[in-house]
Ligand binder design. Structure first.
Ligand code: ATP
Length: 354
């Protein structure tokens, strides 16, 4: 078992409310990612669960048992940080073996456990080296091996890939998902990188200002964002949001456009709304009548695609286009909209309407 539940976690540092009632329900065996911008309270949440931060309120349950007042050691959780925190004078083998030595495991059990985890992480050839003789990515693997070898109740990971270069980060994302599948443990992972979250997680909690905004699968938070803020934080390029209101069977934009109102929109006439359009759900090639008139504002070639910013009145719509699309700022274009995939938010509360 390895369930982790946090209920109503509250923590203030002076006048900063770092955690403002955080609830998390991490199922056994899940790869659960807490995603949020810098300062959202991710590290504080993890430290509170690990028992390293004294809470002002709330409780932590591990495997269904109240562990709020347990010492960190009694919780049997392993933390992996963005800094590797290896012992510099020890070899990789000794670093990995240290938690087992502390538990007084026998030399043969230690050797077997280190060998097993070294094979899993493909670091057999590093075992005799000291940290100074390893690259950042290698040290990160050794740090991970040291956490994995203990077989704790759950792993808590605080942005462990942040210090790696882009290529290694991409590799380690795949590696971590593989390791998670192979080990079958509970991973609670915090990051501000939405690609990490969407690519590795089976559950994502989106955190802002010490409050959970939405919990769901990666597809839920991307395709069905609970509010305007989640829609804007998850997804690149950023979702375009256009001010509008419903009028009968039309959506009427503040910039003068008018589109058929999607069947599923429940808003009453006149209520201020925001139409959310992801860049892949709009197109600058005219395919139908459902279109907004605008002009090219800028083009951003990104190799596999070009993002075209189209100005509709004074608002911008980002459009994912083919890599070699041509255009010049000022060109008049029409933006075709896939309204079945559009999002509508209440402009006052920011909440999604469906
Ligand atoms: P990052 O992605 O930058 O690491 P985070 O989401 O992990 O951010 P936390 O480190 O949990 O955020 O911090 C949440 C808030 O609490 C921030 O405003 C931070 O400045 C504040 N904070 C965290 N630890 C302390 C501390 N020991 N003393 C004072 N303020 C703190």
């Amino acid at each position: 078992m390895g369930t982790v539940e946090a209920h109503g976690l509250r923590k203030a540092f002076g006048d900063v409310q770092a955690l403002d009632g955080v609830d998390l329900d991490v199922p056994d065996g899940s790869f659960f990612v807490v995603l949020g911008p810098s300062g959202a309270g991710k590290t504080t949440t993890l430290r509170a669960i690990a028992g390293l931060e004294k809470l002002d309120g709330g409780s932590v349950h591990l495997d269904g048992r109240d562990a709020t007042d347990d010492t960190p050691a009694a919780r049997d959780l392993a933390m992996v940080f963005q800094s590797y925190a290896l012992y510099p004078r020890q070899t990789a083998y000794d670093n990995i073996a240290s938690p087992l030595r502390a538990r007084k495991a026998s030399a043969s059990d230690i050797a077997a456990a280190v060998e097993q985890v070294a094979t899993l992480l493909h670091i057999e050839r590093l075992l005799k080296r000291r940290p100074a003789q390893m690259s950042g990515g290698e040290m990160q693997r050794v740090a991970l091996a040291r956490a994995l070898v203990r077989r704790p109740r759950a792993f808590l990971m605080d942005e462990p890939l942040t210090n790696l270069d882009l290529k290694l980060r991409v590799e380690m994302r795949t590696e971590l998902t593989r390791i998670h599948r192979a080990l079958g443990g509970t991973f609670l992972y915090v990051t501000n990188d939405q690609v990490e979250a969407l690519s590795m997680a089976d559950h994502v909690a989106v955190l802002k200002d010490g409050r959970v905004q939405q919990v769901g699968t990666p597809a839920d938070v991307y395709e069905r964002p609970a509010n305007q803020w989640v829609a804007g934080f998850v997804g690149s390029p950023r979702i375009s949001l256009l001010a509008c209101r419903a009028e009968g069977d039309r959506l009427v934009g503040a910039q003068g456009w008018s589109l058929p109102r999607p069947r599923w929109t429940t808003a009453e006439d006149g209520r201020p709304l925001l139409l959310g359009l992801r860049a892949e759900d709009v197109s600058v090639e005219r395919r139908g009548d459902v279109a907004l008139a605008g002009e090219v504002y800028a083009l951003e070639p990104l190799g596999d695609r070009t993002v075209v910013d189209v100005k509709v009145g004074s608002e911008l719509v980002k459009v994912k286009a083919r890599p070699h699309v041509t255009g010049t700022p000022g060109d008049r274009v029409s933006v075709t909209v896939d309204l079945d995939r559009a999002h509508i938010f209440d402009a006052g509360t920011g909440l999604a309407l469906s």
